[in-house]
Design a protein around this ligand. Structure first.
Ligand SMILES: Nc1ncnc2c1ncn2[C@@H]1O[C@H](COP(=O)(O)OP(=O)(O)OP(=O)(O)O)[C@@H](O)[C@H]1O
Ligand SMILES: [Mg+2]
Length: 462
């Protein structure tokens, strides 16, 4: 059965079916036509027989001769109308009443087909009458009665011949098609599929990239596209491997650097209690700088781990999370420059990862607060949310100084966008990745000296 699921198997089956169908479409009309010719022939024979009677002086022949003429023509009686009055009849006693009469003069093709089919399925011993036009204008009408059986047998033989022939033709056609489809389609496709599988097993092996070789245009194009894809993929895999190696090196350096720095921190701690006033004064700055360096190393290490745990989706009430974020961030405030505000309806719920959403909002709120604090002008950070269709639009707005150009140019790019003293430039990059992992987007909606607005769009359902 598996064979008929293959492309060539399907083709074989369909070809046999279609050829058979075509043959049947030819078979029926040609059998009808055969019957028509056969009956016409009988009429002509009957007419010939009647002509020999006409040759006698008074249109009369001895009964034995009449019988012989009728037997020769294979009919039971003949009626030939020469003109309105002259009518010639030769006949034998009728063996049985006539079962059906067929007039060949004005039969439509459809009629002939039905008659032929009915004849094939009728009982064998019917007696039929046929009426036709005499040939060569030898009279007005000729009519003859005969047994249907010989006609029917001839039709059967003819039909069987056609059937055998069609079977043979369909087998030959199907076989030819089968082999050409195998050669033209199946084999090249198998080749491409084999190549895909071998490439999948080891994409790093450049020898496994396909060489387009098909002579058929469509397949050649497919091979070409596959080749392009494989070349690009192999390249990016190589690049990825290189970047991973680089990342590994950076992680190792960061790790060792952090250890060195913590040791230096311990040593620097002692400087604070130095009796030298200059040393004691610069010590806090040195400690601050060291702390920032340690933080940078630690963030690099965290980012290097890269694989965030996959989100676990659950239904959350947005307002609860917003409140928690703001309360947490308020604890880190220095001074009283920043006010927090939250405009979120308690009715807004969404199915998302609570922890991811918390981290995104924390990053955005912290950035906004830090910007305001750095500007030394009082301001507000607002979380605002609305539901639009199946999406939740969450805005984190502030009245701060706006994004510095460096941050704007490298927005959402790890390590590159940081323009803040002590920042690593990772917060926005991580938030962007988290938002995408949740099926959402994060973008900078507006920024100017009057403030900044980040827009986080999340799907309401998973
Ligand atoms: N609301 C904001 N207003 C003004 N500047 C902003 C705002 N948000 C971000 N920025 C700028 O964009 C830069 C990048 O932000 P990001 O959160 O990615 O890094 P970071 O805050 O410097 O460091 P990290 O968050 O990793 O500690 C920031 O350094 C800051 O200059
Ligand atoms: Mg930040």
């Amino acid at each position: 059965m598996g064979f008929f699921k293959s492309l060539s198997g399907r083709f074989l089956l369909l070809t046999i079916l279609f050829v058979m169908l075509a043959e049947i479409l030819i078979f029926v009309p040609s059998v009808a036509r055969f019957r028509m010719t056969e009956l016409q022939e009988r009429l002509e024979l009957a007419q010939l027989a009647s002509l020999s009677v006409l040759a006698t002086p008074d249109d009369m022949v001895a009964p034995e001769l009449a019988d012989e003429l009728l037997d020769n023509a294979g009919v039971i009686n003949i009626v030939l109308r020469r003109n309105e009055v002259r009518e010639l009849i030769i006949s034998k006693p009728m063996p049985a009443p006539v079962d059906e009469t067929f007039d060949l003069r004005d039969a439509s093709p459809m009629q002939l087909i039905t008659d032929a089919l009915r004849c094939l399925f009728a009982p064998d011993d019917r007696v039929i009458r046929i009426i036709g036009q005499p040939i060569k204008g030898a009279g007005l009408e000729i009519e003859t009665v005969l047994y249907e059986r010989p006609v029917k047998e001839a039709m059967r033989d003819y039909g069987l011949n056609i059937l055998w022939l069609s079977a043979l033709i369909s087998i030959i056609t199907a076989a030819l098609l089968f082999f050409s489809v195998r050669g033209l389609l199946v084999r090249p496709i198998t080749k491409v599929v084999d190549n895909m599988m071998s490439y999948r097993d080891d994409p790093a092996d450049a020898r496994r990239i396909i060489e387009p070789s098909s002579q058929i245009r469509e397949l050649h194009e497919a091979e070409q596209a596959l080749q392009d894809l494989q070349v690009a993929l192999s390249q990016s895999l190589r690049q990825k491997a290189r970047l991973a190696a680089l990342g590994g090196a950076v992680a190792r350096v960061s790790h060792d650097l952090r250890n060195i720095l913590t040791t230096s921190q311990l040593l620097a701690d002692r400087l604070e209690v130095s009796s030298d006033p200059v040393v004691a004064r610069t010590a806090p700055k040195l400690l601050g700088a060291l702390q920032r360096a340690v933080t940078l190393c630690e963030s690099t290490l965290t980012f290097g781990k890269a694989e965030e745990p996959a989100p676990t989706f659950q239904k959350v009430v947005l307002r609860d999370i917003a409140d928690e974020v703001l309360e947490n961030d308020a604890l880190r405030k220095t001074g009283d420059l920043v006010d927090f505000d939250r405009k979120v309806s308690p009715a807004i719920t969404l199915v998302t990862d609570r922890d991811h959403l918390f981290r995104i909002l924390t990053n955005l709120v912290r950035n906004a607060r830090q910007a305001i604090e750095a500007s030394k002008v009082a301001g507000t950070v607002t979380i605002r949310a609305e539901q639009i269709g199946e999406e939740i639009h969450i805005r984190v707005e502030d009245s701060g100084p706006g994004l510095p150009p460096r941050a704007r140019d490298h927005l959402f790019r790890a390590f590159e966008g940081g323009a803040r003293q002590g920042g690593t430039g990772l917060g926005l990059a991580i938030s962007w990745e988290l938002a995408h992992a949740l099926g959402g987007t994060l973008e900078l909606e507006a920024t100017s000296q009057d403030g900044t607005c980040f827009l986080l769009v999340l799907p309401r359902k998973r």
